[in-house]
Write a protein that binds this ligand. Structure first.
Ligand code: HEC
Length: 148
């Protein structure tokens, strides 16, 4: 009987550990309505290096320059999806700070959605942004996920 009790305690202990440790918490996971990019694009790596120059070019697009609408309006200054226009939006704008979710979304997927949008949601296509600029945006977006 003693053995069984130990097993039970270990089980309860591990549940408490996993739920209390924010690094393993998946509270921030969102239901993604986005379609999956075609495989070739999905598996493409960001050809742009995350240099300070590229990141600040991405930041300028995110905060101001992107047309028809700057990303910040929905995805928020902190990248948490809490922009001014995000209230009541369904599905909500992607929360780029959610490590457990963002680590599973490859750069190529982000690229494809930025270019083509997600039909039937607030995420519009950004056809006019040049490919290199989109990759710079992605370098900037990845900054929100600091791994903490
Ligand atoms: C009008 C609001 C709005 C604006 C402006 C906007 N987004 Fe979004 N974005 C959304 C919403 C809503 C979703 C979630 C869509 C879904 O789940 O299908 C989303 C999802 C995304 C995703 C997630 C893709 C995936 O597969 O999970 C990325 C990346 C993204 N947006 C990047 C951007 C960038 C970069 C900009 C600016 C160039 C931008 N967004 C501007 C509302 C917006």
């Amino acid at each position: 009987m003693k053995f069984k009790k130990n097993v039970l305690m270990a089980f309860i202990g591990s549940i408490l550990f996993w739920s209390a440790n924010p690094a393993f918490s998946s509270d921030c996971l969102q239901t993604r309505k986005t379609l999956k990019a075609p495989l070739k694009i999905y598996s493409a790596e960001n050809p742009v290096k995350p240099t300070p120059e590229n990141i600040s070019a991405g930041k300028a697009l995110y905060l101001k320059e992107a047309k028809p609408l700057a990303c910040v309006k929905c995805h928020g200054e902190k990248g948490d999806g809490e922009g001014k226009m995000a209230k009541g939006m369904k599905p909500p704008p992607r929360d780029f700070t959610c490590k457990s979710m963002m680590d599973k979304i490859p750069d190529g997927q982000l690229f494809w959605i930025i270019k083509n949008g997600s039909k039937g949601t607030g995420m519009m296509p950004f056809k006019k942004i040049r490919d290199k600029q989109i990759w710079r945006l992605i370098s900037y977006i990845r900054q929100f996920n600091t791994g903490e």
